[in-house]
Ligand binder design. Structure first.
Ligand SMILES: Cc1cc2nc3c(=O)[nH]c(=O)nc-3n(C[C@H](O)[C@H](O)[C@H](O)COP(=O)(O)OP(=O)(O)OC[C@H]3O[C@@H](n4cnc5c(N)ncnc54)[C@H](O)[C@@H]3O)c2cc1C
Ligand SMILES: *[C@@H]1O[C@H](CO)[C@@H](O)[C@H](O)[C@H]1NC(C)=O
Ligand SMILES: *[C@@H]1O[C@H](CO)[C@@H](O)[C@H](O)[C@H]1NC(C)=O
Ligand SMILES: *[C@@H]1O[C@H](CO)[C@@H](O)[C@H](O)[C@H]1NC(C)=O
Ligand SMILES: *[C@@H]1O[C@H](CO)[C@@H](O)[C@H](O)[C@H]1NC(C)=O
Length: 510
């Protein structure tokens, strides 16, 4: 009986990204019928965002299914909805383990306009990959003394030792240093951080990769969002409805006698107040960092706030460029730019206004060319990326054109079109994704996950639940992490109302 009453509970999900959609689907499948998603913007998907650009689909947000194998729920869903290429779904491609670094074929260009052979750059890139792997092998459980506290310091320190020990001429050494700098800048994009010096060494191994060769959605990632939304009851999502404040722990005195006495009241910016038994919050960590003080009333307890502040949430942006003709090799999958004038091992730029573009490590090539034409996707992370967002389109195009001309040594090459993402200035995201900052641990993620009211409270349980990409210890920063987190919070409510075995009759009927 308790369970059937539970199905009547009012559940508000804040945010219609994949985490919120996943939570809603799971609840609806289990018979909850008073589920509502409240979304600030006019669209579903959040950081999954596909745009048509010159007739082609490009991903402003998430691009790959990282680790597409049966264990990956995003891969399973995408297969069920028939959204992937045959090639992505082969057993062979599901079992390849690339450990988070797909083996892209590179081309290297220098700031003096030279193309350098892979043979020249390989020793340094192998050294870098070895150090990166070592940096993932520390663990939170081992109480060993760490050589440094951040991944960046660790890699730079070990790389410096290795370079100093080698008996090579200055030119060779400078080239190796430039290679490592470029790969560190690329790692800033992967981690979504300003500098690898900000990423915690002890927790770096906590992020787990899944087997499978990363794949993309030929018809755009947002196709997955559309399919999920279609499987939900109509009108379950309210768009253009930013939530201003979640009043929880409401006492009986507050609610008018005619209203059912619900413990939570979701106040929207437009003035609507939605009573609820449970709220699942899936806003980004960036949004929480900025708005935690006003988003909940009473405020989020101090130890949760501390963890929200401790965890890292940085910026990674894309700059798409289309060319008439490729300047890269036919088999090239990734282009790296090497700055020859950087005097030391570093992944940050000294003067943002003038030198922000030095943070752009290079480009991935959009393949297949039959689908995209000659399109590159540039990657830039950190404060340099946040600065890039503020430039006018004309200024961005000028700077990028100059950059390409310099590195290719071709004084007339001009991109046909330029398109960028601006995730830091998106007021409902405030950055790109979560990383484990220096001084943080998995405990901070656990603190963030902890529902309100905290254990031991006399008030009604599970009033505010926390989902979203930032709330999974192994898979933070990914689409599958976000989906799993949404499911986890839905399951928390399902098992709350069905504490013992779940009634089969209900699940099959509903
Ligand atoms: C540039 C970039 C590239 C990426 N590449 C990949 C990739 O290749 N593979 C991968 O796995 N992951 C990638 N990611 C990460 C992935 O996109 C995210 O981890 C995932 O989409 C997050 O889903 P979410 O539901 O947790 O959050 P979101 O998608 O951010 O959804 C949260 C929703 O809440 C809404 N919201 C915020 N505040 C309010 C409010 N006050 N009231 C109501 N609604 C609100 C937002 O508008 C948003 O729709 C990338 C991200 C970026 C930015
Ligand atoms: C694996 O995927 C790649 C990239 O899509 C493709 O080129 C290759 O043919 C696939 N392998 C198999 C066995 O299908
Ligand atoms: C919630 O309400 C109860 C009962 O009114 C009160 O004792 C408790 O302090 C409140 N909790 C918070 C976090 O305000
Ligand atoms: C309920 O009452 C408390 C204490 O009077 C107040 O702090 C809170 O804002 C009220 N909640 C709402 C939703 O009005
Ligand atoms: C993250 O997801 C994995 C895989 O489903 C799960 O085992 C783990 O418990 C999750 N962690 C958290 C904190 O939700």
């Amino acid at each position: 009986m308790a369970f059937l009453q539970g199905l009547d509970s009012h559940i508000v999900i804040v945010g219609c990204g994949i985490s919120g959609l996943g939570a809603a689907m799971r609840l609806v499948q289990h018979g909850f019928h008073k589920v509502r998603i409240v979304e600030a913007t006019g669209r579903a998907g959040g950081r999954i965002k596909t745009t048509l650009w010159g007739g082609k689909f490009v991903e402003i947000g998430a691009n790959w299914i990282h680790g597409p194998c049966q264990e990956n729920p995003v891969f399973r869903l995408a297969c069920d909805y028939h959204l992937l290429d045959e090639k992505s779904m082969t057993e062979e491609n599901q079992s390849i383990d690339v450990e988070g670094h797909p083996p892209f074929v590179p081309n290297w260009f220098t700031s003096s306009g030279q193309k350098v052979s892979v043979g020249m750059t390989e020793p340094a890139s192998m050294l870098y990959m070895k150090l990166l792997q070592e940096s993932q092998e520390f663990s939170v459980e081992d109480q060993e003394v760490l050589p440094t506290s951040s991944v960046g310091e660790f890699i730079k320190c070990k790389a410096k030792q290795a370079l100093d020990e080698e008996q090579v001429d200055k030119t060779t050494k400078d080239l190796k240093q430039a290679v490592i700098n470029t790969l560190l800048k690329a790692e800033c994009c992967v981690s979504g951080t300003h500098s690898m010096d900000d990423v915690c060494l002890r927790a770096f191994g906590m992020y787990k990769t899944l087997p499978g060769l990363d794949c993309t959605f030929p018809g755009g990632y947002e196709g997955l969002i559309r399919c999920m939304a279609q499987d939900l009851p109509k009108d379950i999502v309210s768009y253009n409805k930013p939530v201003k404040c979640i009043h929880w722990n409401c006492t009986d005195q507050n609610s008018s006698s005619s209203e059912k006495r619900l413990p939570v009241l979701v106040e929207c910016e437009d003035g609507e107040k939605i009573p609820a038994d449970h709220v699942i919050l899936t806003v980004s960590l960036g949004f929480l960092k900025r708005n935690h003080k006003t988003l909940l009333n009473p405020e989020i307890p101090p130890h949760k706030v501390q963890s929200i502040q401790n965890l890292g949430f940085g910026t990674n942006n894309k700059i798409f460029l289309e060319f008439e003709e490729p300047f890269w090799d036919p088999d090239c999958e990734i282009i790296f730019f090497l700055w020859e004038d950087e005097p030391e091992l570093t992944d940050v730029v000294s003067n943002l206004d003038i030198f922000w573009m030095k943070k752009l490590f290079g480009f991935t090539v959009m393949t297949p060319a039959e689908r995209y034409g000659h399109v590159l996707c540039g990657w830039i992370a950190g404060h340099e990326s946040e600065h890039m967002e503020t430039l006018s389109q004309v200024e961005l195009e000028c700077t990028i054109t100059r950059l390409i001309r310099r590195f290719t040594g071709n004084p007339t090459i001009t991109p046909k079109r330029v398109l960028r993402s601006q995730w830091y200035h998106d007021p409902y995201t405030y950055g790109s994704y979560t990383y484990i900052a220096k001084g943080c641990s998995g405990q901070d993620i656990d603190n963030l996950v902890e529902p309100l009211p905290l254990k031991g409270s006399q008030s009604k349980p599970l009033q505010v639940l926390f989902g979203g990409e930032a709330t999974n210890r192994s898979f933070f920063s990914t689409v599958h992490g976000a989906l799993l987190a949404g499911w986890r919070e839905a399951e928390r409510l399902i098992s709350h109302y069905a504490p013992s075995t779940f009634p089969e009759a209900c699940s099959s009927k509903l």
